[in-house]
Design a protein around this ligand. Structure first.
Ligand SMILES: [Zn+2]
Length: 410
């Protein structure tokens, strides 16, 4: 008798092998072998299958874990109650349940595998679909990847950072997409199953700047990976490395914002691939396109918005006195740290939009109360002091003020 395997297990092994599991690939080769089962499998085990264990994940998805089952009874033994019944190996009472490592251990010709390979196998066997990973760059790609309606309905047992991500709702996904595409100029790596469901995603920053040994380097950086299954994180790392992205986070979380790993060292870089770097200040100059309409997401690494002296907007992983906003809210907007005076461009912390000295110039106390000393004009439905416009258009300072205001929930 040859090795007998149920279709679902065969399909799962095929997908897991495609999705990078070495063990799944090796087992597929074994079960295709024309040899008698006794040459392939230890003991009496045969009639292999899988069984799903299910947990409710809440919010439109569930968690599934795959266990393996097989019959290891001596079905030809005279004392076997179901002797000669051809369905006997499939009777529940004649079957044994096993975890991934016990199942792998049934195959006598396979090598020893390390813990990482075993974990990858146990995790990837839970996804019965071939996963594709690609770099995307359109605004709609961001929104598709963020909206929870598009997520895979199945996650691993334990944590699914994708299904719990704080930007998954319709309004926040919209603002995240607008910000990443129009304000920040980022790209995104997305992992999808065969039906187009999202299994993982990570923001890519094509041009971050940091200095090392007094040289400045421009690096592409892979931000935190959100995933339904941990093997998807590894697929995204592999893809990022293959397309030449230089750095990724050392810890895949939101706490650690200044520790990175070199995936592809840029030319002349003082550290080799695989090297970890700590306490590194990183910045990215953003295009802040006028098409940015509204909002900002929670950012896991580059969460400070800094306005440089020359008026350039920059995202950084460090605080400074030029920080105007932080992106650590889950409501779809940035939080203001300092105001930018629309009249003179000074950063300040007054309650009103304009700074103290502009207020002194613009307003006078009269016996009727405070009065503006300037003509008032209308710009796009707003009543504004005439000095904020020039030939009917906003001055560069006022224009930048309007751009910054789009980050906030007005
Ligand atoms: Zn001012």
């Amino acid at each position: 008798m040859r090795v007998i395997v149920k279709d679902e297990l065969r399909a799962r092994l095929t997908c897991a092998a495609h999705n990078g599991s070495v063990i799944a690939k090796d087992i597929l080769a074994e079960i295709k072998s024309p040899k008698d089962v006794s040459n392939v499998v230890r003991g009496k085990a045969n009639h292999f299958a899988t069984k799903r264990k299910r947990q409710n994940g809440g919010d439109g998805y569930h968690r599934i874990k795959i266990v393996f089952t097989y019959c290891n009874k001596d079905t030809s033994n005279e004392n076997f109650p179901d002797r000669n019944n051809p369905q006997a190996p499939w009777f529940n009472e004649n079957r044994t349940e096993a975890d991934a490592s016990t199942f792998v251990g049934c195959f006598k010709n396979l090598p020893e595998y390390n813990d990482e390979e075993m974990e990858y196998f146990a995790n990837s066997i839970c996804v019965m679909s071939k996963v594709s990973v690609k770099l995307y760059e359109k605004m709609s790609d961001f929104e598709d990847a963020y909206r929870q309606e598009n997520y895979t309905p199945v996650a691993q047992f334990g944590d699914s950072t994708l299904h719990n991500s704080c930007m998954r709702h319709e309004a926040t996904a919209r603002n995240a997409a607008d910000f990443y595409y129009n304000f920040a100029g980022a790209k995104i790596i997305i992992a999808k199953d065969g039906e187009g469901n999202i299994l993982g995603r990570a923001i890519v920053w094509p041009k971050t700047i940091h200095s090392k040994e007094s040289e400045v380097y421009e690096c592409a950086f892979l931000d935190r990976v959100y995933y339904s299954h941990s093997f998807v994180m590894k697929l995204i790392y592999n893809h990022a490395e293959a397309i030449g992205i230089h750095l990724r986070k050392l810890h895949n979380d939101y706490h650690s914002t200044a520790n990175f790993v070199v995936m592809n060292a840029p030319e002349g870089y003082p550290l080799p691939n695989g090297e970890e770097m700590e306490e590194t200040q990183m910045a990215v100059k953003v295009p802040a396109s006028r098409w940015h309409k509204v909002g900002a997401p929670y950012l896991d690494t580059l969460s400070f918005i800094l306005l440089k002296q020359d008026g350039e907007l920059t995202l950084t992983n460090y605080d400074s006195i030029r920080v105007i906003a932080t992106c650590r809210s889950t409501n779809g907007y940035a939080d203001s740290m300092r105001k930018y005076c629309p009249r003179c461009g000074k950063l300040h912390k007054e309650c009103e939009p304009i700074c103290n000295s502009c207020r002194g110039e613009l307003f006078q106390e009269t016996f009727l109360g405070r009065a503006i000393t300037e003509r008032i004009v209308t710009y796009k439905g707003l009543r504004v002091p005439a000095s904020l416009l020039k030939k009917g258009r906003p001055t560069p300072t006022y224009a930048l003020y309007l751009q910054i205001q789009k980050l906030y929930n007005k």
